[in-house]
Design a binder for this molecule. Sequence first.
Ligand code: IVH
Length: 711
Amino acid sequence: MSQDQRLRTQDSPNMSGNFTFTAMVAENQAQERIHQLVQELNRHNHLYYNEAQPEISDYAFDQLLEELIQLEKAFPQFVQPDSPSQRVGGSVTKQFEAVSHRFPFLSLSNSYSRDDLMEFDQRIQKAVTLPYTYVCELKFDGVAIGLQYENGLLKRAVTRGDGLQGDDVTVNVKTIRSIPLKINTEALGQTAIPETFEIRGEIFMTHKRFDEMNEARRAELLDLGYDEDQIRERLFKNPRNATAGSLKMQDSAEVAKRKLDCFMYALMGEGFGEESHSDNLSLARKLGFPVSEASRQCANLEEVFQFIDEWEGKRDQLPFDIDGVVVKVNEYAVQRLLGSTAKSPRWAIAFKYKAREAQTRLLSISYQVGRTGAITPVANLQPVFLSGTTVKRASLYNADYIAEMDIREGDTVFVEKGGEIIPKVIRVDTTKRDLFSTPHVYIDRCPECNTPLLRKEGEALHYCPNESGCPPQIIGRIVHFVGRKAMDINTLGEKTIELFVREGLLHDVADLYSLRAESILGLEGFKELSTKNILEGIEASKAVPFERVLFALGIRYVGETVAKKLALHFRTLDALMEADLEQLRATEEIGEVIALSVQAFFSQPNNLAVCRRLQEAGLQFVLNEEAYKPKSDRLAGKSFVVSGVFSVFSRDELKKKIEENGGKVLSGVSASTSYLIAGEKMGPEKRKKAEKFNVPVISEEEFVKMIAEHD
Ligand code: IVH
């Protein structure tokens, strides 16, 4: 019998009649099992994250973790401070406490050339006569952290802050799997470790996680009805920003999802008995800390240069960002002699790789008009090769950026590809400026429709207010309108829409329904068949149900889900148009922001006119009650969350089935959820929430059985 089976038997109704005794046995066994699970899980965690040599499957790990969480729930008195259950997060911090560092958190002085490094080396040679070597490490581009341990347990994680004081971000840092919650004292043998010590390092996010996170965020925002410009503004710019943002999140469960990573680079504190930095790193590794394999001891500057050159070439292959190399004197005896300034140690220096920048000519400045009317200035460049791609255009952000840097057409400029996706102009070489050049004059009219631009108080961007007459804005709205989840007119692509708008065939979405074959055939490249297809696609869209028409209108913040809620609540477009703020807000899941946006949309005469014309064209402006009439009341009063990938039905089909049978579909798991229908690849958070609220998790098959009688 396994430990946990025994435990369960003991837990079951007491047969002996001696309740206290049995309960005590159960308690003892629970404590023992908890202890065992914590040790086992921490070991597997280390094997997985620090050694990349897992011994058990993710599934088996999750099972053990689950067992531990359940036991801890039943016996909270035995929760250990190093329990891996703490890594899933859950506690919410309103404000991070400021704490003082025991040792000042110094930074590094920077160097940018071989000459700088030679000077650094000469300064050391002048100051000390002892022999010394260097250790070169990668300079990880993330957020610095100090981890404080007491009696082997992680007590506190503090950010660098101003060097003297930082923020206590312990709960968030505990979610980082490669950081040991308890250090591996067994691996030490005879070596004693101090009761308290600190280890410092850098927290970062891998490129893969960064991309995944931004993709997920993009999908979420798209679903909320944001357009590309708005989405771009809301995405994280680079992994470092994303890391900093994550560490300051209030909900540690959210931080856990970010899957941050880290490397440690210095054990601090007296009593380790190490005599050099390289030994210090080996010890840190032995204690179970994540220490990069990329460090190397170098006998002299030549070897340092070699390390720097080697990684300059290889840095693009790393799964995370580095911004240089750190060169440290290895021997502590020499480090002590050199000491530190108030800001940085004299025995270490950062060598910063040049940002990948290139010099080129700024041929012209042009302006793009986004779908919301936002104007962005763009630099058109003499094409230049920069870290793997040819750059022809770069961002100039806004009018202030151009004015502050005095960027002029014809200038010789430097462009840089930082962590950001779009290259930017970072400097002007004014020595190469043409004698007759003049400051750039920012446009005051829309380059597309000539409407005077607006700039709202406190905002960086100029806007074109001509929503109904400015081509890119019209094109954007029509592209959204014909989209797959909206009117699904897949015979009309973006290029065609753009052409039709530019040719004056389309001015708004309602014009689609008065398009005639004759006018399309008059355009180059359009034959009988393609024209017929387009018109048929448009005609077919007249059957698209009301809730999707509502989504297609492109009301800000009215995504697919909100459109459905509004359609179900108001049932006709007329009712929705007439609704006041109170009525809008009384709709399920509709808040102030959405309500205001809906009201603003229907208060504009243009929008009202377009809606009228769409109605006359025969679009569905009334809810198809039939489709929503429950086919059965089998699921009446029950609510479901659907998550993951399914084999028989699509997620949308499952949702439809729920509604057809009188059930309700919810977006997130809460205490009021009746069931969570779990498909493959369902996120672990949903499952955790379900467990937290005791919501039964069922499979697609089980769900189908529930409704089978009626289907
Ligand atoms: S040693 C006393 N080593 O660079 C010197 N720092 O200004 C302490 N960093 O944000 C720094 N990788 O967190 C050191 N291998 C490395 C590093 C490193 C990144 C960061 C550090 C701080 C900045 C130093």
